[in-house]
Ligand binder design. Structure first.
Ligand SMILES: Cc1cc2nc3c(=O)[nH]c(=O)nc-3n(C[C@H](O)[C@H](O)[C@H](O)COP(=O)(O)O)c2cc1C
Length: 366
């Protein structure tokens, strides 16, 4: 009798991307991997983390290391949250459901996209014990967003993530046209009003982002749902401060993984400015190009409460579904523990700004 050996999974995030690139069809891989334009911002995100060099402490007791923290009061086992990405069925057959199980197993927060291929209710039911936040845009037809905010609240989501960098770009249309044929029909159950058919086309809905969205809408969303609102897609300290003035409980420093408008500042560059402007009045998170434990440590040293990862979770899904995503998070966690030991930091609180130095090219506005 023979036993099947467990599939050997890659040991780092680049390995997961290489593996996913061979298991996905080329057009799907390109759709998920690409940024907008010439990928300048997507690639700058990644490189910018490397510009922060470590000034590790030695002679500190690092015999016990913990990566645990809280985000908006919820305990997480590692400061790496799962970023909202649309249509996860492109990467794996039961997409968001597999992602939800992985998030709960790893003890982190799942952010479910408004453009998910499963409903917020189905995602919640897939992993009832997990902590979930619901990402949404303010659509011109505000009733759609309001309906989703209420559904998310009723389904036990702990926060709303309001993405504010999507309005300028008709989401998906340009990239979906880029040679991509979807293997199966997609529906967008979180964008629909009660009674609307599941096959309502995506572009018709998302071209309806409300371009008149302002900071005052943060309060509107909070009052609809009664949930804390995290504002995602901020690249400036002044905007972050204004969002917090209007009730934001959290800020995600993000340029959407370089997928909205090419030429944006890398998130690692602007993070300190946002942290300083928020001045502890809200939690600050960051995403974009975080691919190793050292990047997580750098982000936290610069003042982020936690990071989010987008594409690497899709590579994990594409490689092995739930266990693939768990392995991606485990790889980051192991690397983070190692870099914390190296820096003399037994807990995340010890990751302080003096541990990183801008290496020449990095500067930020005061
Ligand atoms: C395929 C894909 C789909 C995405 N869909 C959404 C979305 O629906 N809503 C959103 O707020 N951000 C979306 N994002 C942006 C991610 O939430 C996140 O900001 C970005 O992926 C982080 O960069 P990283 O991929 O380098 O980790 C998407 C990103 C990718 C790669």
């Amino acid at each position: 009798m023979t036993t099947t050996p467990p599939p050997s999974l890659p040991s780092d995030l680049d390995g997961f991307e290489r593996s996913a690139a061979t298991s996905l069809d080329p057009a799907t891989y390109r759709y998920l991997a690409n940024g907008s334009g010439a990928n300048v911002t997507r690639d700058a995100n990644r490189r910018a983390w490397d510009q922060w060099t470590l000034r590790p402490h030695v002679l500190r007791d690092v015999s016990h290391i913990s990566t645990a923290t809280t985000v908006l009061g919820a305990a997480v086992e590692l400061p790496v949250l799962i970023a909202p990405t649309a249509m996860q069925r492109m990467a794996w057959i039961d997409g968001e459901l597999a992602m939800a199980r992985a998030s709960a197993a790893a003890g982190t927060v799942l952010v479910t996209s408004m453009a998910a291929s499963y409903s917020v209710e189905d995602v919640a039911a897939a992993a009832p014990g997990g902590t979930r936040w619901a990402q949404m845009y303010l659509l011109r037809d505000a009733g759609r967003t309001r309906a989703l905010a209420e559904r998310a609240r009723d389904a036990g989501y702990a926060a709303i993530v309001l993405t504010v960098d999507g309005a300028a770009v008709p989401y998906g249309r340009r990239r979906l046209a880029d040679g991509l044929e979807l293997a199966q029909p997609f529906s967008f159950p979180n964008m629909l009003l009660p009674g609307e058919p599941l096959d309502t086309p995506l572009t018709e809905l998302v071209n309806d982002f409300d371009p008149a969205t302002t900071a005052a809408d943060i309060e509107r969303l909070a009052s609809w749902s009664g949930l804390p609102v995290v504002v995602k897609g901020v690249l400036r300290g002044d905007d972050a401060a204004r969002a917090v003035d209007h009730g934001a409980a959290g800020i995600v420093v993000s340029n959407h993984g370089g997928r909205t408008h090419d030429g944006c500042a890398a998130t690692a560059i602007v993070l300190p400015e946002v942290v300083d402007a928020v001045a502890g009045r809200a939690e600050v998170y960051v995403d974009g190009g975080i691919r190793a434990g050292i990047d997580v440590a750098r982000a936290l040293a610069l003042g982020a409460r936690a990071v989010l990862i987008g594409r690497p979770t899709l590579w994990g899904l594409a490689v092995d579904g739930t266990p693939g995503v768990v392995a991606v998070l485990a790889a980051l966690s192991e690397e983070l523990v190692r870099v914390m030991a190296f820096c003399g930091a037994p807990g995340l609180d010890s990751l302080t700004r003096d541990l990183v130095d801008p290496n020449g090219a990095v500067h930020h506005h005061a």
